[in-house]
Design a protein around this ligand. Structure first.
Ligand SMILES: [Zn+2]
Ligand SMILES: [Zn+2]
Length: 380
């Protein structure tokens, strides 16, 4: 029990304002319940309540020592407020971003995009960056802070990042300029995914004899056969690729009922270069009991295992989009390999012609022989 400094009555539930004791009644007289337990989010609110408390204390003829005590209490509270680097107001709730302090009101608008770590694609990333820049300028964020915004976003692009997608089944697929990664985390339920994968595959009814013959039947028939089962649009660019497709498809479909996803999905990070990818298959069925889809990435490099990316069925539209990204990147990589081969080929011809020129200069071959050989080499 303590004695109230204002009315001098004893109080069972005294309220402390710093060193000052007030009974509940006296606290209510100065509107204390409105501000004592309040989180002051705005500086102007704070000043308003202080003014009101002092005015009411004077009106109720509280002793000067109590009025001083109330002022001291507000001063102490105010010293804990932090100044927002954008609006300049002193606030209780603040956020620290890149060594600047912002009130929540100023920061909340950009926080959503700023603090996001993943972007679905580059366009989205740039849109977010522009949004953050626009808001930061409008809200008068410090110049030094605004200067840090673009590098924050550029950093993601510099790492040659293109796109990221969480399949919501314990795997994340990320695309970079030359390669992709699939991260499998602890949430990945191998047993469940294996059972879902079996369900996805059980619908594929084709015997391996058909597939073996498709290799020899040739392009058109093979195309027909395969497109009935799983579309492989890139596979028919050349017979060589068709043969590889045949081998791969036979392997995959032969084993489809017993295939263990363990080989395709390993804990941690898998990385594969687009130039080593030769095809993608989307295993997806919108049927009861099947809750996932799988993106199968088939490689043309015996040393690089094929990859499986499992995704929640609700992600199908996003998967279609990233599959497009993937196929574009694969096509780019393929073109690059072709061009590199051509360039090496041209260098080879140039070297041969230089050697011939050497033979001509040394009088070992005649001008006619040189011209004929050169023509032949250059295929003129
Ligand atoms: Zn009192
Ligand atoms: Zn502010």
């Amino acid at each position: 029990m303590k004695q109230c400094c204002a009315c001098n009555k004893n109080s069972f539930f005294p309220e402390m304002l710093g060193d000052i004791v007030l009974c509940k009644k006296c606290l209510i007289k100065i509107d204390g319940l409105m501000w004592k337990y309040r989180d002051f989010e705005k500086g102007e609110d704070f000043d308003k309540y202080r003014y009101k408390a002092i005015t009411l204390a004077n009106k109720n003829q509280f002793p000067a020592s109590v009025i001083d005590g109330i002022n001291a209490y507000f001063d102490q509270k105010q010293s804990k407020l932090k100044e927002c680097a954008a609006c300049g107001k002193r606030r209780q709730k603040t956020t620290n971003a890149n060594n600047f302090i912002f009130c929540e009101e100023c920061f909340s608008d950009i926080a959503e995009c700023w603090k996001r770590k993943k972007y679905f694609n580059r366009e989205e990333l740039y849109n977010e960056r522009d949004k953050v820049l626009k808001i930061a300028k409008e809200k008068n964020f410090p110049k030094e802070f605004i200067e840090q915004i673009s590098p924050y976003f550029e950093d993601k692009v510099e790492k040659n990042w293109i796109s990221t997608l969480d399949g919501n089944k314990g795997q994340t697929i990320e695309f970079y300029n030359d390669y992709l990664t699939i991260k499998t985390n602890k949430n990945f339920n191998e047993e469940e995914m294996q059972s879902q994968f079996n369900k996805l595959n059980s619908k594929i009814n084709i015997n391996s004899e058909d597939l073996k013959s498709f290799k020899t039947i040739g392009k058109e028939i093979g195309k027909e056969l395969i497109s009935d089962v799983i579309p492989i649009p890139r596979a028919f660019k050349s017979m060589k690729i068709l043969d590889m497709a045949g081998d791969k498809m036979i392997k995959h479909l032969d084993n489809s009922k017993t295939v263990s996803i363990k080989n395709y999905v390993k804990d941690g990070l898998r990385k594969v270069y687009y130039k080593d990818c030769f095809n993608t298959n989307l295993l997806f069925r919108n049927e009861e009991g099947i809750t996932v889809g799988a993106l199968l990435i088939i490689t043309n490099n015996a040393n690089v295992p094929d990859l499986l990316f499992f995704f929640d069925k609700s992600k199908i539209n996003k998967i279609k989009k990233i599959r497009k990204i993937l196929e574009e990147e694969m096509e780019k990589a393929e073109k690059k390999v072709d061009n590199d081969k051509k360039a090496t080929g041209n260098q080879h011809f140039a070297k041969q012609i230089r050697e011939l020129k050497g033979l001509l200069d040394d009088g070992i071959i005649t001008q006619e022989e040189f011209d004929a050989k050169k023509k032949q080499l250059l295929d003129l």
